[in-house]
Ligand binder design. Structure first.
Ligand code: ADP
Length: 179
């Protein structure tokens, strides 16, 4: 399953699959503030990337303390096909009245900005916050796609591709209906 549109000269791609297997320059991790492996997509990324990812993340945690919601940091990709992992913390869903949409948008923007400043031109996102953090997928999809679109339009030429990797077919269809 794949869906592609063009935004300001960049490919905006939706695929159903596993983010640890993507051949892009950087993949994004829906991390926890302590940057520990944990479960979900983060556990999968740390497992596939190996100790280089986990140790680099632990070092950042040690130096900087917990990562605030909406911020992003970068580590090497270790054994992943992607050279880099950008770790961001999405908001925990608390009913939608605690600034969740703005915090989720900020998480996407922080990743895009960090990638752009590092000269990373292809980037893959998971569906941030819609697992354990409980953000409703349809609402998260709207925020995610609007934020990425706006960023690509504001920075034409910066990216060749931004890809969303949806783990379940259901999530893929939800994103595809919104894009
Ligand atoms: P959060 O804590 O931000 O909600 P989760 O890891 O619990 O993060 O879930 C985020 C999304 O990542 C969910 O849609 C989940 O199904 C998905 N996911 C889990 N494993 C993978 C994977 N290997 N590749 C892509 N997405 C994944």
């Amino acid at each position: 399953m794949r869906h592609e549109v063009e935004v300001a000269g960049a490919k905006l791609v939706l695929v159903q699959g596993d983010i640890t297997q993507q051949d892009v320059e950087a993949i994004v991790n829906a991390a926890n503030p302590d940057l520990t492996p944990g479960g979900g997509v983060s556990g999968a990324i740390h497992h596939a990337g190996g100790p280089e990812v986990t140790q680099a993340a632990a070092q950042i945690r040690k130096e900087r303390g917990p990562l605030p919601t909406g911020d992003a940091v970068i580590t090497p990709g270790g054994k992943l096909p992607a050279r880099w992992v950008i770790h961001t913390v999405g908001p925990v869903w608390q009913g939608g009245t605690h600034g969740e949409p703005e915090l989720l948008a900020r998480a996407y923007r922080s990743c895009l900005k960090l990638a752009r400043t590092r000269g990373i031109r292809s980037l893959a996102f998971p569906s941030i916050s819609t697992g354990v953090y409980g953000y409703p997928v349809e609402e998260a999809a709207r925020v995610a796609l609007q934020t990425v679109r706006a960023y690509l339009e504001a920075h034409p030429g910066a990216f060749s591709e931004v890809r969303f990797v949806l783990f379940s077919p259901r999530d893929f269809h939800t994103y595809a209906a919104v894009v």
